[in-house]
Ligand binder design. Structure first.
Ligand code: ZN
Length: 215
């Protein structure tokens, strides 16, 4: 017979201690009849739902942030998103229950008896939210380039100029990685188009103009 995981019971106990007046309408550990028809960690007591209660309890966001920081947790579902703690971050959750009234936390079977306090226990501040999206990788070189420069950095610059239509791949192919007159001319065109003095020198101003375009 399945029993509620002690870790799940601790989760609710910690929430009750921290927010004595919180609403519990959507709380739960063991699966109800509907859950039992599906493959749910609730059926074996290894999951806990904590009610989203911005007025007198915790928000689903806060609970989720703590849970995602806890090695007992396999995944969290909250507000139409699921996070499996595998580095992929939040992904859309398309189950029939959108999980907008509670945050669902699944607990590893091997950690079900681990009754350490959860992150939302009294006095523990929540971890900051992780950045929602990584900044796009900077593909353009950080060092200054000018006519006569050579190497992979020049190739990156040339690739960007091709991408933006200021020079052709055929022109690059005459001297890939070599900052020659064609690259210089293309860079001047780019500069003129983007409000940078048309010097043919690739420095901070030009770099900033490229990065505005996400390059
Ligand atoms: Zn649940």
């Amino acid at each position: 017979m399945a029993t509620p995981a002690p870790a799940a019971r601790q989760a609710l106990k910690d929430a009750n201690a921290r927010w004595p007046k919180r609403k519990k309408a959507s709380d739960g550990i063991m699966g109800d009849v509907r859950h039992q028809k599906t493959k749910s960690d609730h059926n074996v007591g290894n999951a806990v739902d904590i009610t989203h209660d911005p007025a007198s309890g915790a928000t689903g966001d806060e609970i989720a942030r703590h849970a995602l920081n806890d090695s007992r947790v396999t995944y969290v579902i909250w507000n139409k998103r699921i996070n499996s703690r595998d580095g992929r971050g939040w992904r859309p959750y398309r189950g029939s229950n959108p999980h907008t009234h509670h945050c669902h936390i699944s607990i590893r079977a091997s950690a079900r008896s681990d009754t350490r306090h959860w992150g939302w226990a009294r006095g523990v501040t929540p971890p900051p939210p992780p950045p929602s999206r990584r900044p796009p990788p900077k593909t353009l070189p950080a060092r200054n380039l000018k006519r006569g420069s050579k190497g992979p950095d020049v190739q990156k610059l040339q690739a960007a100029l091709v991408k933006l239509g200021h020079m052709t791949q055929a022109q690059v192919n005459t001297g890939p990685g070599i900052f020659g007159p064609q690259t210089e001319l293309a860079l001047k065109k780019f500069q003129a188009r983007h409000g940078v003095p048309s010097t043919g020198f690739y420095g901070p101003l030009t770099r900033a103009a490229f990065s505005k375009l996400g390059l």
